[in-house]
Design a protein around this ligand. Structure first.
Ligand code: PHE
Length: 472
């Protein structure tokens, strides 16, 4: 994401959150499957070959791709005009980094769960919050968008921003896609931790697969107003005239929203203090999400940079009503694990979370998730820079996102960055030209220019064939 990589703009941890679901701006962000599950030519977009079922290391079959269907976690998704997943992206679903005990993402996840358990002690022996960290990342369009009121024409639904299995299913773009079903199942307090997928530009802070933690808390009258006498006097819902204001939804009372907001904000400030230390400076930024109102982002000042760490708000009441919890009022937040962990451990490149290189993996092999680890760069291997210029196809839509995907599916984790460095319109030819710079770098050994050239030639060929561009 541009904002994060630019030195003068505030660094955003949940940049993906901001870009995809806020109303204003809109755009939208990969890994090693250790055993090299995928070979270049296996991407369905680029050839019609069949990729056989893949094992995830536990012996479980994870996915298979045929020209007519994708089989993922035992379910079959027929291919249609919406299908834009490729074997590379599907392979990430088998890694489950947040469940790998020594992955930095897992350490941060454990710190967050710890905090929530301590903050919300339960009266029974089981914790108040249920944790779901292994829900299927393939969700329906209804789960990802409709169930949380994302309008039919909202840009976050675009094919160019998501990985669709077909017109009905996609790899979830956020953990909020599980809110409605979990509420419907009767839960009032839960966390969802999982891998999410978005198509995006390629740089050190973006990877098409990343991880989020979602929290939802629903409260009844007596949870909101703890004091019996106060609870007798006050209400959660308006009975008279109902108007939506910047401060509240039409159905909620000002009192209820004030109490919920204060509980939400206090919890979140404590959470970031728990992660970054007591002295962390924070600021609230008002924002808009289709599924919460009012909504905020929380930014933290960390080493001199403002860093967006999460999105949150009071849940839209109709989500609760539709899920059978209309008598409660709820708050929710969603945070991005990668950028949080990058800052905590000073990890300079998002691809490192997916590394199987022992020099990287070893540094996080600690049982205590609170161990104060500072990542030490494994010697930096030199980058190779290759440019590619082409004329865009005439009379057809070309999206940079398709090109980024193509580069990633061919170059895999060797691709560090792809940037559009030049574009112009040739009047006589009446055609657009794009020039992209691709930086190739191996994280664990020196990649020679000759090796990079081989990959680059494959990128050129595939671009010409599949995107119908004319290489210049
Ligand atoms: N799902 C939002 C995103 O990924 C984050 C969010 C979750 C915001 C819950 C508010 C409440 O952009």
């Amino acid at each position: 994401m541009k904002m994060a990589s630019c030195a003068c703009a505030p660094l955003s941890v949940t940049g993906m959150i901001q870009r995809s679901f806020k109303i204003s701006k809109f755009l939208l962000p990969q890994s090693t499957c250790s055993s090299g599950y995928l070979r270049l030519s296996h991407s369905r977009n680029y050839s019609q070959s069949v990729v056989n079922p893949v094992e995830n290391g536990n012996g479980d079959v994870n996915f298979a791709v045929t020209p007519t269907a994708t089989i993922l976690n035992g379910k079959t998704y027929p291919v249609d005009e919406y299908t834009n997943v490729n074997p590379k992206i599907l392979s990430y679903t088998c890694r489950k980094l947040h469940l790998q005990k020594y992955n930095p993402l897992c350490h941060v996840k454990r710190r967050i769960i710890d905090f929530i358990y301590k903050e919300f002690p339960s009266r029974t022996r089981s914790p108040l919050f249920s944790v779901f960290d292994d829900l299927d990342p393939a969700v329906s369009v209804e789960q990802n968008f409709d169930s949380i009121l994302i309008p039919k024409d909202h840009p976050s639904r675009k094919k160019s921003d998501n990985y669709y299995l077909n017109n009905n299913h996609l790899l979830r773009a956020h953990t909020s896609s599980h809110q409605a079903e979990l509420i419907r199942s009767g839960l009032n307090n839960f966390l969802v931790v999982g891998d999410v997928y978005r198509r995006d530009e390629i740089d050190k802070t973006h990877f098409p697969a990343f991880h989020q933690v979602e929290a939802v808390r629903l409260c009844g009258l007596h949870d909101v107003f703890r004091d019996e006498n106060i609870a007798r006097e006050l209400k959660l819902f308006e009975t008279g005239k109902c108007v939506r204001t910047p401060e509240k939804q039409e159905t909620h009372t000002v009192d209820a929203v004030m109490m919920m907001t204060s509980a939400l904000k206090t919890t979140l400030i404590k959470l970031v203090q728990h992660l970054f230390g007591k002295d962390v400076e924070t600021r609230w930024v008002e924002t808009f999400f289709p599924f919460t109102h009012p909504s905020w982002e929380l930014e933290v000042n960390y080493n001199g940079e403002w860093l967006e760490v999460l999105g949150c708000g009071i849940m839209e009441q109709s989500i609760l009503q539709n899920a059978g919890a209309g008598d409660k009022i709820g708050w929710a937040f969603g945070l991005g694990l990668e950028r949080l962990a990058m800052k905590l451990y000073q990890i300079p490149d998002i691809r490192l979370f997916w590394s199987v290189d022992s020099g990287v993996v070893h540094q996080f092999k600690v049982d205590d998730p609170y161990a104060p680890i500072i990542y030490k760069p494994v010697s930096q291997y030199p980058p190779c820079k290759n440019d590619i210029s082409f004329w865009l196809p005439e009379n057809s839509t070309f999206s940079s996102a398709d090109f980024y995907d193509l580069v990633r599916s061919i170059g895999g984790e060797l691709v560090e960055q792809v940037s559009l460095v030049d574009e112009f319109y040739h009047k006589k030819k009446q055609r657009w030209s794009h020039c992209y710079r691709i930086i190739y770098r191996d994280m664990s050994k020196t990649l020679t220019q000759e090796e990079a050239n081989v990959i680059h030639a494959a990128v050129e060929q595939a671009a010409a064939k599949n995107l119908r561009v004319d290489i210049r």
